[in-house]
Design a protein around this ligand. Structure first.
Ligand SMILES: [Zn+2]
Ligand SMILES: [Zn+2]
Ligand SMILES: [Zn+2]
Length: 181
């Protein structure tokens, strides 16, 4: 037995993803993501406005600052999702993502799932769940099956304390995701 308990890899990475989420500047739900290759973090991302744009929590995104409900007005939201940022910032610095793992504090939206598939992500591990409309859930599951990307929940925050951002995540402000037209 080791002298002190060490966290599992899942615990370790999800915990770090929560620390990443604490840097989110979006007025809506804070999310953090990591891209992990061979048990090493090669990219991180949290949600917020793109570089060069005023932070969301400083008024940078008119949509997030408005009173539109969660999942509405998505087309004009300026905020980049945590997973999108992790993938885009890897691209920006020339870091391969093919065959990597994606750890994220919230189950990815359909758009981020598509982008993760295309970035070559092999497995997605998320902490908090999110319920989708039945039609979207069908498309989501179909994409998982066809792409072969693995996805599983590791509900770390249910049993461990995480940075304060996590307590807001149980509110009624949903994650950013495409509206169903
Ligand atoms: Zn925002
Ligand atoms: Zn926004
Ligand atoms: Zn997303």
């Amino acid at each position: 037995m080791p002298a002190r308990p060490r966290p599992s890899w899942d615990d370790y990475f999800i915990n770090i993803a929560w620390v990443v989420a604490s840097r989110a500047n979006c007025l809506r739900r804070a999310v953090g993501a990591l891209i992990v290759m061979d048990k090493r973090i090669v990219s991180t991302g949290y949600n917020g406005t793109p570089f060069g744009v005023l932070n969301c929590d400083e008024g940078g995104c008119p949509r997030c600052a408005s009173d539109v409900p969660a999942q509405a007005g998505y087309d004009w939201c300026l905020c980049v999702h945590a997973e999108q940022n992790a993938i885009a910032l890897a691209a920006r610095q020339g870091t391969a993502t093919d065959g990597a793992y994606l750890f994220v504090t919230l189950r990815p939206c359909f758009g981020c799932l598509k982008e993760a598939v295309q970035a070559g992500i092999r497995e997605i591990v998320y902490d908090q769940s999110f319920e989708y409309h039945a039609d979207l859930e069908d498309a989501y599951q179909s994409l998982l099956r066809q792409s072969g990307v693995m996805m599983r929940q590791h509900n770390y925050s249910a049993a461990h304390s995480v940075p304060p951002v996590a307590t807001h995540a149980t509110g009624d402000i949903g994650p950013e995701m495409p509206t169903q037209e």
